[in-house]
Design a protein around this ligand. Structure first.
Ligand SMILES: NC(=O)C1=CN([C@@H]2O[C@H](COP(=O)(O)OP(=O)(O)OC[C@H]3O[C@@H](n4cnc5c(N)ncnc54)[C@H](OP(=O)(O)O)[C@@H]3O)[C@@H](O)[C@H]2O)C=CC1
Ligand SMILES: O=C1OC[C@@H](O)[C@H](O)[C@H]1O
Length: 362
């Protein structure tokens, strides 16, 4: 018998739309038979928007409740888990409110604005006894799982250098400065929005390397270029050194230029893995194996998903909730904490401070 997870959705923006579309794809189409997702409520700052969201994305399903506030979703007894798709600077408050209402939480990336906020949320979730996870969807998709099987299987030898970039042209010279990517009050900039993806590839390839034994990077080095329009980071480059396994990640993100492909290159002692862009939901990768005599063998693997690619993280939440887990084994609290600590350090080295009051816990 499949477990049914009843979702309440917070916000009606771009990513909430895609997430709900994925929730509504029958899990059986991806050969998943143990969990089922049901959207039971949508909360928006405007009830009209919530109604329109349901009409557009859920074929007007009248069983889904439309609320004109987020609080009503937290209070709804039919809701098991809350999905948060608001701008970064609201994640902490929205997640805390949901946790205090004893709901399980899946919160968009970046999970918070800094590590102090995240520590407070994890403590609150533990106190109440609910599941809490950052929506790091890439970690659960079949392609990265296949890459990791090869990488950690050992045939390529140890990983030595990971290059990963995610860039996107947000037309930052022309969009209004109130756009969430430009507004410092909304945590604007490339790092917080795009940085989680190069970071997750470094985590998968190096931090999760069995020989690393979950050791955090011993050194972080960063440089930031700010846009003169609002002072948020337009381009950020940072390196993470994993001394225990003698490996480095060279990571970058930009919001004024498009990505190139491959977006991730994992260079190992005996070969290389190249992952095609976009790295948040890649559909193909190539492996180059170099034999003892220098001979080269290449393999390419391609993937197709029925949904956008967020369905796999949703399945993970449903399984963890069913099994009474506080966190995911694949994207647990340790990794989000490391991400936020690294991003704090990168912003510190790059001289990007969020405006006073934006960070709710410091
Ligand atoms: N996993 C992924 O691939 C992606 C994740 N994201 C993450 O999701 C979050 C939202 O991004 P995205 O969907 O692109 O953003 P949008 O601007 O499209 O949507 C944000 C929604 O948040 C709500 N909201 C609450 N307060 C505010 C506010 N002060 N200003 C603007 N909106 C507000 C609004 O919903 P309402 O009016 O209904 O309350 C709005 O529609 C970000 O943290 C981003 O990093 C974004 C894109 C992709
Ligand atoms: O998470 C994301 O992935 C895709 C990008 O376009 C988007 O800005 C970002 O939030």
């Amino acid at each position: 018998m499949a477990t049914v997870l009843r979702w309440g959705i917070i916000s009606t923006g771009k990513i909430a739309t895609l997430f709900v579309q994925d929730l509504l794809v029958d899990p059986k189409t991806r050969d998943v038979h143990d969990v089922v997702h049901k959207v039971v409520a949508v909360g928006s700052r405007s009830v009209d928007k919530a109604q329109e969201f349901i009409a557009t994305n859920a074929a007007g399903d009248t069983s889904i409740k439309a609320y004109g506030s987020y609080e009503e979703v937290y209070a709804d007894k039919d809701v098991d888990a809350i999905y948060i798709g608001t701008p970064h600077t609201y994640h902490y408050t929205n997640a805390l409110d949901a946790i205090r209402a004893k709901k399980h939480v899946l919160c968009e990336k970046p999970v918070t604005c800094n590590v102090a906020e995240l520590r407070a949320l994890i403590a609150a979730a533990k106190e109440v006894g609910v599941f809490f996870m950052e929506a790091m969807w890439t970690r659960f998709q079949p392609l990265p799982l296949a890459v990791l099987k090869i990488l950690h299987g050992g045939e390529l030898g140890a990983p030595v250098v990971v290059h990963a970039d995610l860039s996107f042209d947000f037309n930052i010279k022309n969009v209004p400065t109130t756009h969430r990517m430009l507004d410092p009050a909304l945590g604007g900039g490339a790092l917080l929005d795009l940085g989680p993806y190069p970071f997750v590839w470094a985590i998968m390839a190096l931090y999760e390397s069995p020989a690393n034994e979950s050791a955090p990077p011993s050194a972080i080095s960063a440089s930031i270029l700010k846009t003169p329009r609002t002072g948020v980071d337009a381009n950020t480059a940072f390196t993470l050194t994993f001394e225990k396994i003698a490996a480095q990640a060279v990571l970058s993100c930009s919001m004024n230029v498009r990505s190139t492909s491959p977006g991730v290159t994992i260079r190992c002692e005996k070969g290389t893995i190249r992952v095609a862009a976009p790295i948040y939901c890649a559909k193909s990768f190539k492996v180059e194996y170099i034999g003892a005599g220098g001979e080269v063998r290449e393999e390419e693997k391609s993937f197709e998903y029925v949904g956008v690619g967020m369905e796999y993280e949703a399945d993970e939440v449903a399984r963890c909730v069913r099994d009474g887990k506080a966190e995911s084994a694949l994207w647990g609290h340790d990794k989000s904490l490391l991400e936020m600590a690294v991003f704090d350090e990168v912003r510190k080295q790059g001289g990007y401070a969020l405006p006073p009051g934006v960070e709710k816990v410091v």
